[in-house]
Ligand binder design. Structure first.
Ligand SMILES: Cc1cc2nc3c(=O)[nH]c(=O)nc-3n(C[C@H](O)[C@H](O)[C@H](O)COP(=O)(O)OP(=O)(O)OC[C@H]3O[C@@H](n4cnc5c(N)ncnc54)[C@H](O)[C@@H]3O)c2cc1C
Length: 351
């Protein structure tokens, strides 16, 4: 029987940053279903690093290698209200990158003392007298390890959250993205609002001569809604053609502060597993990084009620996300959105 101090489920941005910053006195195992090869699991994502995430990476002293970047870098988002056909451009300083490479790069920064199991899927977790028994499959074999602390860094559909906090519900959507060959004359980003198909938003991103169109839709009839919105966009000049790839996954969109779940009794949730995603933009990488670093500091100190200290430590993050909840009506209520867009406030005048 193998015993560890900490078992981390998931090595997206949250899990990798936690594994990087945990003290070397801990025996740590990290289990993740991704692998470096083509064809393996890749997180569907826009791959845009917000200025908040850039600031967090800067505070970790982690400069991005240029190999992660894609072409082009764009500094405005074309915001479209589909029903009224209002369009405004807003300045955004995103870094446009290859999300899968970004995940693999973060994973490469984990110290060699951490035992990483990539391409391994966590199947079941139970409490036992050592703390937790974690069962996972790897290369067709099933193994069980034991750990004192359990960290759910396993994203929107977190097995850890579903196992230990099944009653902690959080608003969720099905995110669908399709990739096309880029045929627009000028590459662009867009953010699309269309209440007829979704009360959330959709987006498009040009990336290395490809064009990604995606959106977050209520699970019921999500694919039909996606296709309907695509048809509407074609009428205003979007060009799609034959999809090169279609991907889908859950995305969380917290509606109220009580939907966040940081964990209890030596179970800790970080990143999207905790619900730390912006309800206004669905941006989640910055919150994944911040919550992971926060948990590493709490575990490294090793004193007091660790769950309580982690909960207190995420107060600032939860407050920031709560403020974004308050911003939502101005983006998502058609009347208010149109008022804001028509006012031209903070928009860029396109030449
Ligand atoms: C379509 C889409 C577009 C998005 N675009 C952006 C964007 O442009 N910018 C931005 O900041 N945010 C974006 N987000 C949100 C962002 O992707 C997430 O908030 C962020 O990835 C959360 O990081 P995380 O580490 O918490 O979880 P994840 O990145 O989801 O990582 C979870 C990890 O857990 C692993 N895992 C899950 N279950 C298991 C299991 N049972 N066994 C083993 N491993 C497991 C997965 O392999 C994965 O590596 C987008 C989300 C979606 C859905």
């Amino acid at each position: 029987m193998e015993f560890y101090d900490v078992a981390i489920i998931g090595l997206g941005p949250a899990g990798s940053i936690l594994a990087r910053f945990l003290d070397s006195r801990y025996r740590v195992i990290a289990i993740d279903k991704k692998c470096g090869e083509e064809g393996g699991f890749q997180k569907p994502c826009g791959g845009l690093i917000s200025s908040e995430a850039q600031k967090v990476l800067a505070s970790f002293d982690l400069p991005l290698p240029k190999e992660l970047l894609v072409d082009p870098q764009i500094f405005a988002v074309k915001t479209i209200d589909l029903k009224s056909r209002l369009i405004q451009h807003y300045q955004r300083c995103y870094i446009n990158l290859d999300r899968h490479k970004f995940d693999l790069w973060l994973e490469s920064l984990i110290p060699s003392g951490v035992e990483i199991h990539s391409h391994a899927v966590c199947k079941q977790i139970k409490r036992d007298k050592s703390g937790f028994a974690v069962t996972y499959s790897e290369n067709g074999d099933i193994d069980t390890i034991h750990a004192k602390y359990l960290v759910g860094a396993d994203g929107a559909n977190s097995l850890v959250r579903r196992t230990f906090f099944p009653n902690k519900k959080i608003r969720q959507y099905l995110a669908i993205q399709q990739w096309f060959t880029e045929t627009h004359q000028n590459p662009f980003y867009s953010c699309i609002f269309d209440p007829e198909t979704t009360d959330c938003c959709a987006w498009s991103i040009s990336k290395d001569r490809q064009f990604i169109y995606g959106g977050a839709f209520p699970a019921k009839h999500a694919k039909e809604r996606f296709e309907r919105q695509k048809q509407k966009l074609e009428k205003i000049g979007f060009r799609f053609g034959k999809p090169l790839k279609t991907e889908a996954c859950l995305v969380l969109r917290p509606f109220a502060p009580w939907e966040f779940c940081c964990g209890e009794d030596n179970v800790f949730l970080i990143g999207e597993a905790a619900g730390f995603v912006s309800p206004s933009s669905l941006e989640g990488i910055s919150s994944a990084l911040v919550s992971a670093k926060g948990l590493s500091s709490v575990l490294n100190s090793g004193s007091g009620n660790l769950n309580r200290r982690y909960w207190v430590g995420t107060m600032g993050l939860r407050m920031k996300l709560f403020l974004k909840m308050l911003k939502c009506p101005f983006m998502y209520r058609p009347f208010l959105r149109r008022l804001v867009m028509k006012s031209g406030l903070q928009s860029i005048k396109m030449k």
